[in-house]
Design a protein around this ligand. Structure first.
Ligand SMILES: [Zn+2]
Ligand SMILES: [Zn+2]
Length: 135
């Protein structure tokens, strides 16, 4: 299996919701991924945010959660708090769509690593189990 799809060109993204979110120039409400001690601001549609969080969750024994409001106490990282909105953030491909982490470089790379770890775990799981569970 090749490395996970991250930082692909915009033109390959098949997600209208994501496109309109980006076009709105940050007017879109930012969502937050809560994972262990991390709080990562994210831009994306609900579907792909949920997919992203469930994959990140595979990288930890803890649970990952998406919230659509600024968490109580705000962001613990001052750099993330100051991270300006712009479209130069790296995309993280999530199946046919994408999400954008609006975080400082340190936390961006941390969440990308979590996602890649989660993807690897998912690949192991799907190759270990033949049965598909449809939820
Ligand atoms: Zn989407
Ligand atoms: Zn940060």
């Amino acid at each position: 299996m090749s490395s996970p799809d991250v930082q692909q060109p915009l033109s390959t993204i098949q997600c209208d919701v994501w496109r309109s979110a980006v076009r709105s120039g940050g007017q879109q409400t930012v969502s937050f991924l809560l994972l262990e001690r991390l709080t990562i601001p994210l831009l994306g549609c609900d579907d792909h945010l949920e997919q992203f969080s469930s994959i990140c969750e595979l990288s930890t024994d803890d649970t990952a959660e998406i919230v659509h409001h600024r968490p109580a106490g705000g962001l613990s990282c001052p750099s993330c708090r100051l991270a300006p909105y712009n479209t130069s953030y790296p995309l993280i491909r999530v199946r046919d769509g994408a999400i954008v982490p609006i975080a400082c470089p340190e936390h961006q790379s941390e969440i990308v690593q979590r996602f890649q770890t989660g993807l690897r775990t998912q690949q192991q799981l799907t190759s270990d189990f033949v049965t598909h569970i449809d939820s």
